[in-house]
Ligand binder design. Sequence first.
Ligand code: NAD
Length: 517
Amino acid sequence: MSGKDFESFREDTLNALGLKGLNSGIFDGKWKDTQGRDVYKSTSPVDGKHIADLTLAKREDFDTIVRNSRKIFEEWRDFTAPKRGEIIRSLGDLLVKRKKDLGALVTLEVGKTPSEGEGEIQEMIDVAYFASGLSRQLYGLTMGSERPYHRLYEQWVPLGPVGIISAFNFPAAVWSWNAMIAAVAGDTAIWKPSTKAALTATGVMKAVSEALDDLGAPQIFSLMVSRGNDGGEWISNEKGIPLVSFTGSTGTGTRLYEKVSARMGRSILELGGNNAAIVTEKSDMNVALKGVAFGALATAGQRCTSTRRVIVQDTIYDEFVDRLKKVYSGVKIGNPNDPGVLVGPLIDRKAIKTYLDAIETGKNQGGKVLYQGQDLKIQGLEGGNYVSPTIMEAKQEMPIIKVETFGPLLYVFKYHSFDEALKMHNDVPQGLSSAIFTTDLMEEEEFLSARGSDCGIANVNTSTAGAEIGGAFGGEKETGYGRESGTDSWKAYMRRQTVTKNFGKDVPLSQGVKFDV
Ligand code: NAD
């Protein structure tokens, strides 16, 4: 696709979603007008050109959003959970119709390939339908009471407005993991997206709010595009937001956690990963190569679950590395819309600098570059943010391998014993995703045992990246706290209440305590 064709793609995408020119980035039940506000200029990492403008929220906008969100919450919590589920199911139906357009917006603003961009909208659809089913299963447990004629059980009650702060790299899906589940739980949601992906958030909010209007449902979702620090701080310190779900880097997440905890709020923290794959001599090497290449290269290495380290048994190390280099050399990098392209741009110039600096640091610490990462200029897209991927032979004592570099930088390590591989695997501060490639049952089970992978996600013969929404998603150690999306993650969006009912004629006390009056 030439630069010119990409311009047509940009026009078509913006027109299809009604996002041309200046847009309001503030939705509090209705779109705030755009007069007299600071503006954020959104550019595409594909060609570096301007896409559209968005207004930025001020403190008073935030206060209005919180007030409205609380008011709508008081209405929404009275809807039965299955009714809430029905509305969220309809949002899923709407997203099926808008999948192509919204997927294209993700490509335009974040540079994902169309398959990955649309995949992200598919994830939203999947979560909507999952949440809809869940709306009939927000179950509590019933216990046998120690007191006669008593009933003891727990129930789950809506929490209130939930704050969702999202990262640039999953500009649509992460919101839905939280917002759809929160909605069936009876909560409202206030979204502060990354400014780097704020147009996608605006496109999603436009589509969803129109659908809610068509359904005659309350506007349970609000949006606040703001400068990262501003909006993030307002949400962190706001007592009216009992739960903040934060997705982003470990540094920012840690600071947010301190603030939210200080006001006794709750947080879900989905922070940085440093994910490894172990490849043993018992692996099917074709499967391992595909899994590692997808994990390291998809989204140009800008996934929280990207494979950043591969730990290979010494007996197959040379063959594996040679074959991986061949796979890398066949991967097409460039305009994500071009057929066959698998690796698009990094998000901005700063990301390129961080990536190239990490390669230099790695070399200075003793790493050996086996496949060189460089700044690339793609013809016709000179303003885009392209790099070629890197494979670096590394040693465990190199400090840089413990840091998440958000780009296609893969460290390879050699191991001799399986114990050594496990030790290397776990010897990083992060704990999000992990993988082993083996056909040996013993190795697989060791990896999944208590002394195996210490991550929130463990995969066997598949990539560290590419989670399904049905599983609970989240990490351990410096990756943060809490789970999103699947299984019983919904419990985080509700408050638990233990109920004791007496249907007798006396008031017997627990633990046999006597208090006769
Ligand atoms: P980031 O930390 O720069 O930004 C994340 C969000 O925090 C943005 O919305 C930003 O505007 C906001 N923010 C900025 N300052 C803030 C403050 N003071 N208080 C509160 N919020 C503030 O992260 P990014 O570059 O957008 O995303 C990449 C990072 O996100 C990587 O570390 C990646 O691993 C992580 N990530 C994690 C997951 C996961 O599920 N674990 C998923 C996606 C991304």
